[in-house]
Design a protein around this ligand. Sequence first.
Ligand code: C2E
Ligand code: CA
Ligand code: CA
Length: 656
Amino acid sequence: MTADASTKRRAYIEPVIRTIAGGFVFACGALIYLKPEWSWLWISILLFVGFNLFQSGLTTFCMMEKLLKKMHFRSELDEIRNLSKANAEAEARAAFYDTLGLLNEVVIELAPDGTLVFLSDHWLKLLGSERHSNARFLGLPFVAFINNHDHSAIEDLLKTLLNGERDTMSMRFRMQRDDHQEHWVEGKFALYWKQGQVQGVRGVLRDVTETHVQEKRISHMATHDALTGLPNRIYLDDRIDEEIRRAGVTGSKFALLFIDLDNFKQINDLHGHKSGDQLLKEVGNVLRSSLRSTDVLARWGGDEFVMLLPFAEDADVPRKVAGELMHKLRLSLETKYRDTFVTLSVGIAVYPEDADTGEALLVQADKALFYAKSQGRNNIQLFADLQTSAAGYEDVDMTSRFVAAVKQGQLQVYYQPVMDAADHCSIVGVEALARWHDEKYGWVSPATFIPLAENLGLINEVGRQVLDHALSHFSQCSGRCADLKLAVNISTRQLMSADFYPLLTAMVERYGLKPGQIKLEITESIALQGIEQARGYLKKLSDAGFTLSLDDFGTGFSSLSHVHELPFDEIKIDISFVRRIKTPEGRILVKTIVDMGHAMQLVLVAEGVEDSETATILREMGVEMLQGYYFSHPMPKEGCADFITRLQSAPFAAVS
Ligand code: C2E
Ligand code: CA
Ligand code: CA
C-alpha cells in the first residue's frame, strides 16, 4: 500500500472512530447522572474520551475544509492569505517598476495580441512626447507606435516569438514620434510565461539614435567617395552582386556603363586641381540627376564613373541613356567650361550576355570604354558590338597591349638626322621619334599609337619616356653632338600639362644639357587653345632658351598670321607639301610658305625629302634644313651615332 493510500484511509476512518467515541461519552454522561457512585471512574473515562472527541471534531472540520476546497470554494482564510500575498507582490512590483524608471531603457509588456500592458517611465521620451501619461497607451497595439517603415518587421518579430519559433529576438527600428524626428531604437524581446502559459512578450527598448547615426556615417564613409558623395567601388560591387542574385531569380538583365571624362586632365592642368575637383563634383551631379530610382552611379576613381542600370532588357536602353548623359552634360557645362569641351566616352557591357560575374562584366565595360576612347572623344561603344566587329576587337587588344607596354617602359626612340641644306649637307641635328614594337603586331606606327596615347590620357607618360631616352642618349654623345640640336616632338596636351615645364628643365639639367641644344616640335593645334594662352606656354619655353619649331605646318588650322603672334623660331613644312613639290602648283605653294616664313624671320625646315631633286628644289627656294629618307631613315641610337661620325669625317653622299 502506498503512503498516499494509507493517508486517505486514515482520513476516512478517524472521524468515524471519533464519532463513535463521542457517542460513548454521551452514554457515560447519562450513567453519571444515573449512578453517581461510579463517578471517579467515569470522570477519567470522560476526560479521555472528551479529548478524543475534541480532536475528532477538529479533524472533521479540516476534512470539511478540504472537501470545500475540492469543490472550488475558497475559504475566508485563503482569501485573507492571498490578499496579503497579493499586497506583498504588488509592493514588490511597484518597487521593481520604480527601479525600472531609473533606467534609460524602457521596459514594456505586451499581451499575446500585441497590445501594451505595461510601460516603464521613459516610454514617453521614446515617443518624443511629454504630454501624456503612460496609462493612456495601455491597451493600444505596440505597432501603432512604430514608424511605418518598420511596421511589418516588428509584426513579423512578434509573430515569430508568439508562435514559439524563438524565445528571444532583437531588432533595430524607428519609433513613430510626435516630433516626427527619426529616432532609432534597439529592442530586445522575450516571451514571458506564468505557470506554463505564455503571458505575452516583454521587451527592453533603448534609444540608439546617436550610435546609429555614427554607424551610418562610418559605413557611408567606407562606401562613398568623399569628393562627390557618390557611392564608391565597394558599394558598387555589393550592388552588382545583388543585381546578379536578382537576375538569377527573375531572369532580368542589367547594364554597366563605364564612363570617362575625355578632357579632364586638360582642365586639371589648365585650371588647377581645385577646378578639376569642382568639375568632377559638377559632372557627378549632372549624372546623378539623370538616375532612375533603381540606378546606381558610383565614382570609380579619378575621372571615371560607373553606372549600373537594372532592367536593361533592350540593349538600346543603355546606349540611349549614355547618349542622354552626354547631351545633358554638354548643356550643363558648356557655358562654364567654354575653352574646353567637357565630353564623355562610355563603354557598355550587359549581364549576362557579356559576362557572368561582376568583375568580368566590369572588365568588358572597360574594354568597350577603351575602344570608345581609341575612336576619339565623345563616343559610346557596346562590348557586344565590339565583339562582332573584328577590327574593333583588334583595336581593343592592341590598345591594352600598348597600355601595358607604356607601363613597362617598353617604348624605344629612333633618330632621324636633320641636314643643313647648304651644298655640303652637313648634319645639324636629329629628330627623336617614338617607336613601339609589339610581339603580336610588330612595329606599330606612332601615327597610330600617339593619338591612342592622347585619347587614353597616356600622352604625358609617353612623352616623358621619350624625353628621358632622348636626352640621356644625346648627353652620351656629347663630343660628336656638341653642335647638333636634338628635336623632340611634344604633343599639345603634354605641353599644356602643369608639370611639363618643370619636368623638362629638370631633365635637361640632370643630363648636363643646355636648353639651347633642344628643339621642341609643336604642332599647330597649340593655337586651338587660344592665342593668348598658347603664347604664354611657348614664351616661357622660348625665354628658357629652347628652340621652338612649328611642326606639320600647313595641315592645321592656324593661319600664318597666327603663327606670327607666337614665339616660334622655325617652321617645318609638312611632308604633304614636299611631296607635291614637283608639280607647278605644289612648287608655288611651298615657295609661298618659304617666303612668308622668311618674311617673319623664321627658319624653314622641310621634312619628307626622299630624293636629291626634291632636296635641290628646296635648297634653291631657300629652305635651310632638310630631313627625309634621302638622307636617312630614322634609326636606333647606335646607327645614328655611326651616321654622325661618318658625316663628320666626310660630307654627305647619297649612298643609302
Ligand atoms: P613627324 O613629327 O612629322 O615626324 C616625321 C615623320 O615622317 C616620321 O614618321 C618619319 O619617320 C617620317 N619620315 C621622315 N622622313 C620621311 C620620308 O622621307 N618619307 C616619308 N614618307 N616619311 C618620312 P613617324 O616616325 O612614323 O612619326 C609619325 C608622327 O608621329 C610624327 O610625325 C609625330 O607627329 C608623331 N611622333 C613620333 N614620335 C613622337 C613623340 O615622341 N611624341 C609625339 N608627341 N609625337 C611623336
Ligand atoms: Ca616632328
Ligand atoms: Ca611633321
